[in-house]
Design a protein around this ligand. Structure first.
Ligand code: KG4
Ligand code: ZN
Length: 345
């Protein structure tokens, strides 16, 4: 029997972060731990799926042991694991272990949609948004505008037709010779950048609609950098100026589409989630744009913008409390549209 006092173990292994967390409705987030594989993949300039799976295997069991031991918890009352979308092999590690532990401990288990985890992450905060709200989900794999009525009731209003915003950051960082993951690298480099040195386009803002396109900005970045190289002007300052202009263009485009989405839906709350929502320039820009319009903007805390176990424990809690359970068949999906989910009532 699930109650708000039940303790949920959350497991996240969909990509290159191993995340675990313990959550209960009564106590809130009890503890969480994260192991990032970023350093391991940096050598290859991106995530190597097979290496990701192997690293999840190495770290996941000891991390769960450690988390339970440090909190003096013998066993959780239920287990939630990410069951998609993501890398197939990586997903299977978390799902197999989560499902097997639930079987051994005779407790319920539920597979969680990774993007629902991101969407609900701000609800872990003291200042949590009420439903309904408009959500901008900006991660490495997705850029979507979603009208959120309640847990599980999602209407997709717009999405990227090519690269996700995070992916554009990663690709731009790579071609500028900055590190991986690209978002934090661009952000750091852009701190030395000067405004108004380059004028990047704001893709798809000159026509109606809520879809995005970021692959052109990456190409614009490449052309600008190559022109600088040809003219022998590829200094650190120029690199920083380009990073600044690129970052500003992505953020400006996101804010224009959010404004449009809010107008279209009449919603007055905006929730920004996913890796790119950690970006400081984004938060500054959104604060200045949306405070003028009386729109309250909500974010997860910095460490829960990118992948983590806490958001999976929380989304799992909401699903389990609504009576959702998975049987003994371990199912994961590399691709899984968010709108296929049903409301957790
Ligand atoms: O949500 P996330 O951890 O993983 C996915 O579900 O995809 O997002 C990772 C993405 C990467 O593309 C990374 O470059 C981007 O989020 N990112 C950032 C920042 N931190 C992470 N982008 C811009 N600024 C940041 N500070
Ligand atoms: Zn994610």
């Amino acid at each position: 029997m699930m109650t708000p006092h039940s303790i949920i173990l959350g497991i996240e292994t969909s990509c290159d972060d191993t995340g675990v967390a313990l959550y209960s409705g009564a106590r809130g987030l009890i503890a969480h731990a994260l192991h990032s594989q970023a350093k391991m993949h940096a050598e290859y300039g991106g995530v190597v799926p097979e290496l990701a799976s192997r690293d999840h295997i190495r770290h996941l069991t000891p991390m769960i042991h450690q988390l339970l031991a440090q909190e003096n918890i013998q066993r959780p009352d239920a287990i939630a694991y990410t069951s998609g979308p993501g890398l197939m092999g990586a997903l299977l590690i978390g799902a197999m272990l989560g499902r097997s532990l639930a079987y051994a401990w005779q407790c319920p288990a539920v597979g969680v949609h990774h993007l629902e985890g991101h969407l609900l992450a701000p609800l872990l905060e003291a200042e949590a948004p009420d439903f309904p709200f408009l959500a901008l989900l900006v991660s490495g794999g997705h850029t979507q505008l979603i009208a959120v009525q309640c847990v599980g009731q999602y209407a997709l209003l717009g999405e990227s037709l090519d690269d996700a915003a995070g992916e554009a950051f990663d690709k731009a960082a790579k071609l500028l010779g900055l590190g991986y993951p690209g978002g934090p690298a661009i952000e750091l480099c852009a701190q030395q950048g000067r405004a108004h040195q380059y004028q990047f386009p704001r893709p798809m803002t000159d026509r109606p609609g809520l879809d995005f396109s970021f692959s052109g900005l990456k190409t614009f970045c490449l052309n600008t950098w190559q022109a600088a190289v040809r003219q022998n002007q590829h200094s650190q300052q120029v690199r920083a100026d380009i990073a600044y202009a690129f970052q500003e263009a992505v953020i400006d485009t996101l804010s224009i589409k959010c404004k449009r989405g809010l107008q279209q839906t009449g919603l007055s709350r905006l929730v920004v989630v996913g890796g790119v929502s950690a970006n400081k320039m984004l938060r500054q820009k959104f604060a200045s744009v949306f405070s003028q319009q009386n729109i309250a903007v909500f974010y997860p805390r910095h460490e829960f913008c990118t992948d983590n176990g806490a958001m999976i424990a929380y989304a799992g809690y909401r699903r389990l409390l609504a009576g959702q359970r998975d049987d003994l068949v371990v199912q994961v999906r590399a691709r899984w549209p968010l709108i296929e989910l049903r409301a957790a009532t």
